[in-house]
Design a binder for this molecule. Structure first.
Ligand SMILES: [Zn+2]
Ligand SMILES: [Zn+2]
Length: 322
């Protein structure tokens, strides 16, 4: 390929056909613009088309051309915007590293806080925490918070959503957590109505702060159970529940195609690595990329908040229960 055509070829190979072929005036589409001449950069191509630069992640042929023409494209989330990491595991359940190792690693990477959310008691196959383990872990968190300040560990749990949609601890334990990630891990063979109702019941539980991996899919390994994404997102909007983008590359769940709808409904998303090892934190970059494909901004990403802001958010949310 002649060097002079490089920018043209990059655009042709980094965009869905729908992005290139969609007319943005009565007579022109980007394919026409690209064929007209050789450009020095992708930015030049968009400029020549009379619109703002569109990042490769957004070149899908949805509404990005219109937004670019109106200069209304979102400023997309960056990995460096993240200030902490929520939904992570330690040796209390099935993680490879201790609570202190998980915390100091994240602190040394420049983050302000760790949300620990080990498995709950129903997930016995994953070393889920019984009530006594929860209290023992929370005592250790109190000690580490003194030792590691200003770094902060938030007390969480990844609570299993049972078949009827309830969480698997009594209220006296649920109220000890700063935050609860509610996830389905068992009885995955459900039709859409059953799965959606099960999720919505958990979302309506006042102790649920965040919904974990909404469909349970494992890419290339296991289909997710079918859910009505819009009903699930609407329930999160009504109950002030955050949805995670589980950033483990096998999951990437919430799927990016529903990010835009969540944003329209005012639902915040959290880039959660679900790390079971200190190496797992690095997966947050995949979650950021998926969020960006859906138009996710820093403002709508929960873990771009500072430790202080997150602490206030969790406290105020808990105060509203009852
Ligand atoms: Zn999980
Ligand atoms: Zn998890």
């Amino acid at each position: 390929m002649p060097k002079a055509r490089f920018a043209n070829e990059i655009l042709l190979h980094s965009a869905a056909l729908a992005h290139l072929a969609q007319p943005f005036t009565s007579t022109t589409n980007l394919l026409t613009v690209v064929r007209e001449q050789e450009y020095t950069s992708e930015a030049d191509i968009y400029k020549s088309a009379g619109m703002a630069y569109i990042a490769p992640e957004l070149r899908e042929g949805t509404n990005e051309l219109q937004l670019a023409l109106e200069n209304k494209l979102p400023t997309l989330l960056e990995l460096t915007d993240l200030k902490g990491s929520l939904h992570n595991h330690s040796t209390y359940s099935d993680g490879a590293h201790t609570l202190e190792q998980m915390a100091t690693f994240l602190r040394d990477e420049g983050y302000e806080y760790l949300g620990i959310s080990d498995h709950s008691k129903t997930a016995s196959y994953a070393g889920g925490l019984r009530e006594g383990d929860v209290l023992r872990q929370q005592k250790e968190i109190d000690e580490l918070n003194k030792k590691l300040a200003p770094f902060k560990i938030f007390k969480g749990i990844e609570s299993d959503i049972l078949g009827d949609g309830s969480l698997d601890y009594e209220e006296d334990i649920l109220k000890t957590f700063d935050f609860v990630v509610a996830s389905i891990h068992s009885s995955l063979n459900m039709d859409e109505q059953k799965a959606t109702t099960r999720l919505i019941t958990a979302i309506e539980n006042p102790y649920t702060t965040m919904l974990g991996h909404p469909t349970g899919r494992l890419l290339l390994r296991r289909e997710g159970y079918p859910i009505n994404h819009k009903m699930m997102i609407d329930a999160c909007a009504s109950n002030n529940v955050i949805i995670e983008i589980n950033s483990n590359p096998w999951r990437l769940d919430l799927d990016w195609r529903y990010v835009q709808y969540a944003l329209e409904k005012g639902v915040m998303l959290s880039i959660n690595p679900d790390a079971h090892h200190t190496n797992g934190y690095a997966d947050m970059k995949y979650g950021v990329l998926m969020g960006r494909k859906g138009g996710l901004t820093k403002e709508m990403t929960f873990n771009t908040k500072s430790a202080e802001e997150v602490e206030t958010y969790f406290r105020k949310r808990k105060e509203k229960i009852n």
